[in-house]
Design a protein around this ligand. Structure first.
Ligand SMILES: Cc1cc2nc3c(=O)[nH]c(=O)nc-3n(C[C@H](O)[C@H](O)[C@H](O)COP(=O)(O)O)c2cc1C
Length: 501
């Protein structure tokens, strides 16, 4: 059995085992950011359009042109992707809330920029310091850009990019709380971050290509990472508008290794590495999605896309403002959400280019399937549905009110039971491993996070609340959806009316 499958099985939550956590050791909680001790660096804070500016304490400055290849655009891009957008004062340690959500607020992701040619920046490798919203020079010269491009087998979108961002995961930040299941959440978190990155790039007149197809050893070496603590999980090419560069690929297959011992986060990360020589590209997502389309093709569907869903969604044109005021919903008022709002949120999530959000990044998206539990949506009968994403068509799986089941599978969280709709991303893990090897595990979770972030922000644009749910009873969720327990439930997002008090 492949390591990805073994890992997934051994990190499932079940009612019998959920109470087994040893408790949190607060003294050993890692910092949620890198400490950069250098005083220098490139300050980006004064270029932000915030009033007052929380970093400088001053009113916003005129920055001139801020779209396209300008330092002001880069400042906005990185800030609205993963900058600090709020601070929660705590007696022990302040919690710096970021532009992207993060399971447990642990922020395992780090961002580095390899600059080849960007106004206001010397070529080199920079670390992003979110506490001051500045870039810290780690190494001079354009070699790092070339090294990252080479690690991605010469991916033409990276080669053409004036700036490449490397997104890493620092395992212990999340493992401290979530133990081995942390790998799932780290990848989902980074997916959310990339969801922001793509939407913000489009709003700034830039174009984002994201790839998770690179030789890990070469990418980690380029950044001089300590391999066992931190690893590169995605490379982002920030490009100028124009046709997509070729050849570029977002996902490539790794071997699928046999798991002899109990698989851990580190083992799976290592097993899913890509080699120095580029593996042969496989047709993406074919196996898994075709099978499900067939399985649910018999049911007559309810097309959600109607008059209320034509034209741009409210999020389009207000991507930055929405990210700035974004917070995960903590409590829903159990009232209904409208069918048109749900349709627009799903259109923003699955068909972003059709609702004025531009081409958005994805890895191997066709391998994910979507199910929706309709709990309280005006004009849609409660029940569980399979969603055919291209037509936004709901195909019935089981009728009846899923409210209590939704609460239960979300580990009893009221966010589940009081939601209007609960959206599930699942995958036929065996078919995915056959196609993409163990590395499929990364693609599935990154994609689910990217879509989850568009869902969150589109919901906010509709005046609704949303949250990711990374903790759920895996097998009970599969049972609710009517899929075999050996398929993977990758992620859940809940949408609903935010409680006002
Ligand atoms: C992958 C992922 C899983 C999450 N799971 C849960 C969850 O199970 N329950 C919950 O209340 N919030 C969940 N959240 C929301 C986080 O708690 C929230 O993002 C974090 O506390 C930071 O707050 P903010 O999103 O308001 O900035 C999740 C977020 C992500 C990205």
């Amino acid at each position: 059995m492949s390591l990805a499958i073994r890992y997934h099985q051994s990190t499932k939550y079940a009612p019998e085992t959920i109470g087994g956590h040893p408790g949190l050791d607060w003294d050993s909680q890692p910092l949620a950011w890198k400490e950069y001790h250098s005083d220098g660096g490139v300050e980006l804070a004064h270029l932000l359009p915030l009033d007052p500016n929380p970093f400088t304490g001053k009113p916003p400055q005129a920055t001139g042109a801020w779209q396209g290849r300008t330092l002001a655009a880069l400042s906005r891009w990185i800030y609205f992707t993963y900058g600090v957008t709020a601070v929660m004062r705590n007696p022990g340690r302040d919690l710096l809330l970021r532009a992207a959500p993060s399971a447990g607020g642990l922020y395992p992701a780090e961002m580095y920029l390899a600059v080849r040619d960007w106004p206001g920046l010397e070529p080199g490798l920079y670390g992003y310091d979110p506490r001051r919203h500045r870039l810290v020079l780690l190494a001079d010269g354009g070699d790092l850009h070339a090294a990252l491009t080479a690690s991605a087998y010469g991916n033409a979108a990276l080669a053409a990019a004036p700036v490449i961002a490397a997104v890493t995961g620092v395992w212990q930040r999340s493992r401290w709380r979530y133990q081995e299941r942390a790998y799932r959440r780290i990848l989902l978190d980074i997916g959310h971050l990339i969801g922001n990155a793509g939407l913000v790039a489009h709003a700034l007149g830039l174009r984002l290509h994201a790839t998770a197809a690179f030789c890990d050893q070469r990418a980690d070496d380029a950044l001089r990472l300590e391999g066992e603590h931190e690893g590169v999980l995605a490379l982002l090419a920030l490009n100028l508008p124009g046709p997509a560069e070729r050849p570029s690929w977002t996902a490539l297959p790794s071997p699928a290794s046999d798991a002899a011992s109990a698989p851990s986060l580190d083992l799976l990360h290592r097993a899913s590495r890509l080699p120095e020589v580029r593996p042969r590209l496989v047709a993406q997502g074919e196996v898994a999605s075709d099978a499900l389309e067939l399985a649910h093709g018999w049911a007559s569907g309810d097309r959600l896309r109607g008059a209320g869903c034509a034209g741009p969604v409210p999020l389009a044109g207000d991507q930055l403002g929405t990210i700035l005021r974004r917070r995960s919903c903590r409590r829903f008022h159990p009232g209904p959400i409208s069918r048109d709002a749900l349709a627009r949120i799903l259109a923003a999530s699955y068909l972003p280019e059709q609702v004025a959000l531009g081409e958005q990044p994805s890895f191997d998206r066709g391998s994910l399937s979507t199910f929706i539990a309709i709990i309280s949506v005006e004009g849609v009968a409660p029940g569980v549905y399979y969603l055919a994403p291209h037509q936004l068509e709901l195909r019935p799986v089981r009728p009846g009110d899923p409210r209590e089941a939704a609460r239960f599978i979300a580990l009893g969280q009221d966010l589940g039971g009081d939601a209007g709709a609960m959206i599930f991303h699942t995958a036929d893990l065996q078919a995915c491993v056959r196609a993409q090897g163990d590395r499929t595990y990364r693609y599935l979770h990154l994609d689910a996070g990217v879509i989850g972030q568009r869902m969150n922000l589109a919901a906010l644009g509709e005046g609704l609340g949303a949250s990711g749910i990374g903790g759920f009873f895996d097998d009970h969720t599969a049972d609710l959806l009517g899929i075999p327990r050996d398929q993977a439930v990758v992620y859940i997002t809940v949408l609903g009316q935010p409680a006002t008090a």
